[in-house]
Design a protein around this ligand. Structure first.
Ligand SMILES: [Cu+2]
Length: 131
């Protein structure tokens, strides 16, 4: 009898855990769903505010992009885009063409070579008083 009790207790715990997971999951995606806009993030090799300006500008000119914000400390570029106009793959390519890595895709060499020294990925994330 005691074993049956602990079985039910375990089952109840499992259900509660699943229930609370199911509750938190939709909230995260509901935010991205509002008005035909999707949001996704690209891990880049940006290191300073100049990179931030360059990448945000590059993405702003891309078709279907509504907003692009780079968080310099984490190097993560957050893009809001219209899925009927562009795709995450296209936007990653745009980042590569600007001279930066996009997730596991390496920056286009020629664009990367044109970057100022302070923007090379051999640098750590830094703040440059010069700009
Ligand atoms: Cu830079």
């Amino acid at each position: 009898m005691k074993m049956l009790q602990s079985f039910w207790l375990a089952a109840a715990l499992l259900l509660t855990a699943q229930f609370s997971f199911a509750q938190t999951a939709p909230t995260a995606s509901a935010k991205a769903k509002s008005s035909a806009t999707e949001v996704f993030q690209i891990k880049t090799s940006a290191v300073c505010d100049m990179c931030k300006a360059r990448l945000e500008k590059t993405l702003a000119y891309e078709k279907g992009v509504q907003q692009a914000t780079l968080d310099v400390p984490s190097k993560v570029l957050t893009v809001s885009y219209r899925p009927d106009k562009t795709t995450p793959a296209t936007l990653r390519t745009a980042v590569q063409r600007a001279g930066y890595d996009a997730d596991d895709q390496v920056a286009e060499t020629r664009a990367y070579d044109r970057l100022p020294d302070c923007c090379k990925k051999t640098n750590n994330v830094h703040q440059d008083a010069a700009h």
